[in-house]
Design a protein around this ligand. Structure first.
Ligand code: CDP
Ligand code: MG
Length: 715
């Protein structure tokens, strides 16, 4: 499948450099402030009125003979949810009809694989059934989720169903955020959190049951947990493990756990009419917007769900939809029905994410524009139309460049089917695939590649080593990662001093395991301790662990840039972050001060929280270097010398080891200030239009030779 860049995304970006359109997006997203994210994009202002009025309905779809029945819609089943009490809703779920049999199978078996369509009640009900069946009398019921959003939103839903405060009987834990208490019996958490808990308690004694939810997603942490929990189950007779899966690779899970029984929840889904595009689609963002407009104007009631790859496309699509509706409204006398446009992606703030669950006002249609987050982890009722672009973003690790990149790939057939299925939850629906049937059959992979086979394994290697798994190539992986990736990650850890020459954990390595951080950040903390600038380094690490705190509203871009520049420490973005935090601190951590200085107060508060949690882990007195910040840059250098680059031209560097080009980003403190250090280190390399270095600090060449002797020496 070929993918050309979306012309629509480019066009909208250009328009968004104008004040009002950006604001309009946030109005759509339901935010009055429009203050959440400032995407860095600069481009010329262009005429907004180039597109034609009411563009829609040109894509040619092939009818699927199997499902050419005519669809009756309009009996808004989603109203069901609104009109029934929570208890009645629970009884309406498919899993309810098999509750007793399911509990019986769990009583009789240590490991059970549960398969059911999305929305059948696995995530919200299983934990409650286990609680009702007495499993929480002597232990916790834990439920892991690959995504933070899901862990939080599901815990909230279940706390409502159980009529308890969130954090009381039902709670959740994600990295740097633990909302559980002494009364908690049902704990939702990310798989990463449970994995870290195995460090402290290898047998997970406080858990009576673990539900590994969304196992089919095959997230990195879930895959490692498979191997670890298999051992726990072997050690502990009283321990139960339930693995849930939306798709049908359940047999694989069952085999891995020694032929564990597979329990099927009968589905209650409606047929979905699947239509493929007759020709490959050049600009799927444009095509999706057109298709949504066509549905909205010509099809019976029912909400729309569009799958896109990421924030950028979602924002562009939402904006284009709103604009076309506006234009249609002003160009016709007839009433144009309302369209409630709702974006959802993981970086969207939680309160805005929650909006997708709200019911649209009477006569209005919802149109949710989502990433693959809405494939399985979040269920929205009332969707009758799915528009599938056929693409999704996947994180892939490039071992040669030692870099993770989020890249757009065609989704797998399993994912495409899952997407289509979302249209048949409340009634018979339609799925518009913006790709051909032959692309589906011949070009898409049957199932997604598990994350463990395509990602940086630094943290996993560190963790497994600390669990005394000497030979990683022998670990019981369901699908082992490529040997090259393991060896590469081990090399990186050796470079950082976490592993010794025979691949065992060093003292530094043992300390690094303690922190829920990527190995280089953990190394930076330890160096801060050694170089007596822990206070400063703690702040930098915390600031790097939260989303960017700089706020750049479209309509006040220049003003905010000017304010931001005042924080700049010319030789370092890391020190700039430190400077921002310290100034906030000396202004009593005030919120109004943040607003005046174009800083996100939420982000800074989060950084403060992370900071205090890291301090708790360190358990040592904090040392400060005062204002001798050169030493702080040295600590930064000790963690990132593998990302060192040498000056080549204006704003242009080359990576010292691999020779690839690296560019200063216009938002960097080092950019355009007439200060161009010979050597820099950077936090990470991001591929957008160019290879941009993210968070850069100038370093002395001598430091590189001292701290990274395996790579550098002074000539
Ligand atoms: O896990 P599974 O996909 O099988 O279903 P679930 O997430 O337990 O969802 C069961 C029902 O709870 C769905 O009908 C959702 O609409 C509802 N739900 C909700 O209203 N709010 C949530 N945050 C999660 C689920
Ligand atoms: Mg679920």
């Amino acid at each position: 499948i070929s993918r050309k860049g979306s012309g629509l995304v480019r066009e909208i970006h250009e328009k968004q450099s104008m004040n009002k359109s950006r604001q309009r997006f946030w109005e759509l997203a339901g935010s009055k402030l429009g203050d959440i994210l400032g995407v860095e994009k600069t481009s010329e202002q262009i005429d907004a009125d180039t597109a034609e009025v009411g563009e829609h309905g040109e894509i040619d779809f092939k009818e699927d003979a199997k499902f050419s029945q005519h669809l009756k819609k309009g009996e808004a089943v989603s109203e069901f949810a609104m009109s029934k009490s929570i208890a009645e809703q629970r009884q309406y779920l498919p899993i309810y009809s098999v509750r007793d049999e399911l509990l019986q199978v769990i009583r009789e078996n240590q490991v059970v694989v549960v398969v059911g369509e999305t929305g059948s009640g696995k995530t919200t009900q299983l934990t409650q059934y286990l609680h009702e069946d007495g499993y929480t009398i002597n232990g916790l019921v834990g439920c892991t989720q690959p995504r933070r959003v899901a862990a939080m939103s599901v815990a909230k839903r279940v706390s409502e169903e159980m009529e308890t405060e969130l954090g009381d009987k039902v709670g959740y834990a994600i990295r740097f955020e633990d909302v559980t208490g002494p009364n908690t019996v049902i704990k939702y958490m990310t798989d990463g959190v449970l994995l870290r808990e195995t460090l402290k308690d290898a047998d997970l004694d406080k858990y009576r049951v673990i539900v590994m939810d969304e196992a089919h997603e095959r997230s990195l942490n879930t895959d490692v947990l498979f191997g670890i929990l298999k051992k726990v189950a072997a050690h502990r007779r009283d321990f139960k493990l339930i693995v849930t899966s939306a798709t049908l690779n359940a047999q694989k899970f069952s085999n891995f756990f020694g032929s564990a029984p597979v329990f099927h929840i009968p589905g209650r889904t409606f047929p979905v009419n699947i239509l493929h595009s007759k020709t490959p689609c050049e600009d799927y963002v444009e095509a999706a917007v057109k298709q949504a407009m066509t549905i909205h104007i010509t099809s019976p009631p029912g909400d729309i769900l569009i799958f896109m790859t990421g924030q950028e496309e979602i924002e562009a699509a939402c904006y284009a939809l709103a604009e076309r509706i506006d234009r249609l409204t002003s160009s016709t006398d007839k009433a144009v029905p309302k369209l409630l446009i709702l974006p959802i992606y993981s970086q969207l703030p939680a309160d805005l994410q929650a909006k997708i669950f709200q019911k649209a006002e009477d006569g209005a249609r919802k149109c949710i524009v989502a990433t693959n987050i809405a494939e399985t982890s979040l269920t929205v009722d009332g969707i009758y139309y799915v528009i599938d672009t056929g693409y999704g973003k996947t994180k892939v690790y490039n071992p040669k460049m030692g870099m993770d990149a989020l890249q757009v790939f065609p989704v797998s057939r399993a994912a495409a089917d899952q997407r289509a299925g979302r249209a048949g939850r409340t009634g018979p629906g339609t799925c518009y695939r913006l790709y051909t049937e032959s692309a589906y059959l011949d070009e898409m992979l049957a199932a997604p590649v598990p994350e463990i086979q395509r990602t940086n394994l630094g943290n996993v290697v560190l963790l497994l080593k600390s669990l005394k798994i000497e030979n990683l190539l022998d670990f019981d992986f369901m699908d082992p990662p490529p040997q090259e990736n393991i060896l590469n990650s081990m090399y990186q850890l050796w470079v950082l001093g976490a592993l010794n020459d025979v691949g065992a954990l060093t003292d530094i390595g043992w300390k690094m395991v303690e922190f829920p951080l990527d190995p280089p950040l953990a190394k930076m903390l330890l160096m801060g301790e050694q170089l007596q600038c822990l206070d400063e380094v703690l702040t930098i690490v915390s600031m790097l662990s939260v989303p960017s705190v700089f706020f750049r509203p479209r309509d006040r871009a220049e003003e905010s840039d000017a304010v931001r520049e005042k924080f700049f420490v010319p030789e370092s973005d890391h020190l700039t972050l430190l400077n921002v935090y310290q100034q906030w601190k000396s202004n009593q951590y005030r919120g109004d001060w943040c607003n005046d200085h174009f800083l996100h107060v939420k982000g800074l508060r989060k950084a403060r929280e992370v900071r205090s949690q890291l301090l708790d882990i360190l358990k040592i007195p904090v040392t400060s270097c005062g204002y001798d910040w050169d030493i702080v840059r040295k600590a930064v250098c000790s963690a990132y010398f593998h990302n060192a680059a040498r000056l080549k031209g204006v704003g242009e560097y080359v990576n010292c080891r691999k020779g690839m080009p690296c560019h200063l980003h216009p938002s960097s403190a080092l950019y355009g200030l007439g200060y161009t250090p010979e050597y820099v280190v950077y936090h990470e390399l991001i591929l957008t239009t160019k290879e941009y270095m993210q968070c850069v600090s100038a370093v002395e060449p001598q430091w590189l030779a001292d701290l990274g002797p395996m790579f550098f020496s002074v000539k």
